[in-house]
Design a binder for this molecule. Structure first.
Ligand code: ZN
Length: 331
């Protein structure tokens, strides 16, 4: 490995912030490893291709060894094979349409810049670019993104697990977590970690999490949230905005595809059913432009978003249920 590829993919001021995911004490940082400064913990975290793997193995479902070997597997795949894969799927229409992401990222950016002219933002699940995130990426500087994920994506700077975020209390201006919290075993723990690392009175979270979506990451897929369930997850935050990000049209396209997939038991039939569903059902997503702000969508969306500010006030469950915005009248 050349000296250059081994250099950490982040500047010194971010390196100086990093803490041990197991005990939250400072890390001694070098280009080849990060060592916990706490003699009672003393865990050493490896760096692979400039990406430190900051996983608390005692608590995480991921192990450092598995992550390191997954990097070797990715590197072993030839560029040719990747190109052929993308060729085969290029012409299949996509059933996904995130109506809210662009506007929400812009709102998030405005709020960040109001609090700090040089906001530092942690991206959880940032191995690849999230929907609508271009507005943040293009705003560097003054925005500084710290892009993390659980795997080696093209943009991953740090590998960490959202259950144990390797940053100190009250240290960051923003956290963006799109399409991630359904894949964590304990979303409440992750939300409390997000709250912990944000600056009091000014730190902003932008979360986007599915409601009506089928399993999409195999064994790493655990939970869905209604609008209010999602609001409760972030009950220690003051709401800036919330609503549906992906609408009921996309939800129906997914339901149709997974309905057909449930008949198919071989890999070939599954591939055929998926392509058929996408060619015949992709257009359903276009209804979401009209439906996204309707009350009925608050009962039926593919995903919901929440933008909030860290405060010391927690919304009570009595206040929570007053925030129902759906169409069902139940006394
Ligand atoms: Zn430690």
């Amino acid at each position: 490995m050349g000296r250059k590829s081994a250099m950490l993919r982040m500047n010194k001021s971010i390196q100086a912030l990093l803490t041990c995911p197991a005990c939250h004490k400072k890390l001694h940082v070098s280009d080849s490893q990060l060592a916990c400064s706490n003699s009672g913990c003393a865990v050493i975290y490896p760096v692979v291709n400039g990406v430190p793997i900051l996983i608390n193995e005692q608590a995480s479902i991921f192990s450092i060894d598995d992550i390191v070997s997954s990097q070797k597997a990715v590197a072993a795949k030839s560029a040719d094979k990747m190109a052929r894969l993308s060729d085969a799927t290029r012409f299949i229409p996509n059933p996904n349409r995130n109506v809210g992401a662009r506007k929400n990222n812009a709102t998030f950016l405005d709020c960040l810049l109001q609090s700090n002219p040089n906001p530092r933002v942690l991206v959880l699940g940032g191995g690849t670019v999230g929907e609508g995130m271009e507005v943040l990426i293009q705003s560097q500087p003054p925005v500084e993104l710290i892009e993390t994920d659980i795997y080696f994506g093209p943009r991953t700077m740090i590998i960490c697990d959202a259950h144990d975020i390797p940053f100190p209390d009250n240290s960051l201006d923003g956290v963006i977590v799109q399409a991630v919290l359904e894949h964590v075993v304990d979303p409440a723990k992750c939300a409390s970690e997000i709250h912990r690392i944000l600056k009091p009175g000014q730190g902003i979270v932008y979360a986007e999490t599915p409601f009506m979506q089928q399993v999409h990451m195999g064994r790493y897929d655990f939970t869905r949230f209604t609008h209010l369930g999602h609001r409760r997850l972030f009950r220690k935050f003051e709401e800036i905005d919330s609503g549906a990000a992906c609408g009921p049209g996309m939800a129906l396209a997914w339901a149709y595809e997974y309905f057909l997939l449930s008949f198919a038991e071989t890999a070939f039939l599954r591939k055929t059913a998926k392509a058929f569903a996408r060619f015949t059902g992709f257009w359903l997503k276009y209804f979401d432009t009209f439906l996204i702000n309707k009350p009925g969508t608050m009962d039926a969306a593919s995903s919901y978003y929440f933008i909030g500010r860290k405060t010391d006030k927690t919304i009570s469950d009595k206040e929570l249920i007053q925030q129902y915005r759906g169409a069902l009248k139940v006394d």
